[in-house]
Design a protein around this ligand. Structure first.
Ligand code: FEO
Length: 405
């Protein structure tokens, strides 16, 4: 896609990755975009690059606006591969550019490239750079979501270039929130934001909240937020800030996710009366089957719901491998403010439910005990027990949810 002017003299020059479905291990059903920006001021300034596969795309976009050799400054807000791997190609065309980067960013860049001939300046929060008619303000945002991360605010444009923060993995021909909503629904947009947050930013909620509050204290006027993925927040930048503050404080819907896997459909059979029991307590349910759905989707549904039930049959005295993988992934995401329980079928000695609870406690989740096990195949009596298990869990979720209101 050709360059798009997002503010007078400020251009999106990125790339749309329609086909990517595996983004460093999690599923991106809607693809993604790699956004970078070029400011045509007295000193032409580039913000970030793109994944190397799209190096030619962004360079062509630059060439349609200017001779790349005229780029005076390159601000690297984030050094992860999807944003920095075209830098070598760009520096070959703009060898006299000065790179502005955080201290941790420089350490990483020195590992990715031979930077010995590059002019690099380390910046920190509060540092400014005049590029002609505009003044840039750098704001370090370490661990959002890498140690090097930072944002840049362009005062005269009231524009925050926010790197990964406030992004979404969604390939579309729309560059702005209002354009996106001409083609897609608000819930699709919110879902994409939640998916991104749950799978990337969940561990950093406390940092996110304090960083947003720190930026709010700077009293910067922001009328546009331009992240490095997805749409640019032009119509309603306040919406994404509010969504982030809500997610950072662990806000969830009064809802239950049931995430399960099954060997011979016994555990699957248990989900039906459990779901009915939850529903009969007036709580909505979302059911996710591992191996049918990606674990990133399971994590998103887990994160949206105040309560989650995990179902796994016993295999070799422990939980099914897909469940073990999911809980390992979840542990790294350090979720909080969710209540969980476990159920599953077994044939010999059991072990899946026991081991799932052990994992819940290691993760630090609120647990609803006891879990529920069924031998071999649920009988009519077992199905009644499943139904009651669902009702009881829903009551616990409602009580737990009340403590957050
Ligand atoms: Fe989009 Fe942290 O990279």
């Amino acid at each position: 896609m050709k360059a798009v002017e997002i503010k007078p003299g400020v251009y999106w020059i990125g790339a749309i990755d329609w086909a990517i479905r595996d983004f460093h291990g999690y599923v991106t059903p809607n693809g993604t975009t790699y956004n970078n920006y070029l400011v045509m001021d007295d000193q032409i300034t580039l913000f970030d690059t793109v994944k190397h596969d799209f190096s030619k795309t962004t360079i062509d976009n630059i060439k349609n606006l200017t001779d790349p050799a005229k780029i005076k400054n390159i601000v690297i807000n984030h050094i992860e591969n999807d944003h920095v791997t075209s830098l070598g190609d760009i520096m070959a065309l703009a060898p006299n550019a000065t790179i502005y980067i955080s201290g941790k960013g420089k350490k990483g860049l020195d590992r990715f490239f031979d930077t010995s001939k590059w002019d690099m300046k380390i910046v920190k929060t509060g540092d400014t750079l005049n590029i002609g008619k505009r003044n840039l303000l750098f704001i370090e945002t370490p661990m959002l979501h890498w140690p090097d991360s930072m944002m840049t605010y362009i005062r005269e444009d009231k524009l925050l270039i926010s790197q990964d923060a406030f992004g979404q993995h969604f390939a579309s021909s729309s560059r702005f929130d209002d354009e996106f909503l001409n083609c897609f629904s608000v819930s699709e947009l919110e879902d994409a934001v939640t998916d991104y947050y749950a799978n990337i930013l969940m561990p950093f909620g406390t940092l996110i909240k304090s960083k947003i509050e720190e930026v709010q204290k700077l009293r910067l006027e922001i009328d546009m937020i331009a992240p490095d993925h997805g749409i640019i927040w032009r119509k309603d930048p306040g919406k994404i800030i509010k969504m982030y503050l809500d997610m950072a404080t662990g806000k969830a819907d009064l809802k239950v996710a049931i995430i399960y896997d099954t060997m011979w459909q016994s555990t699957e059979q248990m989900t039906v009366p459990i779901m009915q029991g939850i529903r009969d307590e007036g709580v909505d349910v979302k059911v996710v089957k591992l191996r049918a759905d990606p674990k990133s989707l399971a994590v998103k549904e887990f994160w949206k719901s105040r309560g989650c039930l995990f179902g796994s049959p016993t295999l070799n005295n422990s939980m099914f491998p897909t469940m073990a993988e999911l809980l390992s992934y979840l542990k790294g995401l350090r979720p909080r403010n969710r209540i969980v329980g476990a159920f599953g079928s077994y044939g010999w000695g059991g072990g899946a439910v026991r081991d799932m609870y052990e994992e819940f406690k290691k993760i630090g989740l609120e647990v609803a005990e006891p879990g529920l096990q069924v031998l071999y195949k649920p009988s009519a009596e077992d199905e009644n027990a499943c139904y009651e298990f669902g009702r009881e869990f829903a009551r616990k979720v409602k009580g737990y949810h009340t403590s957050f209101e």
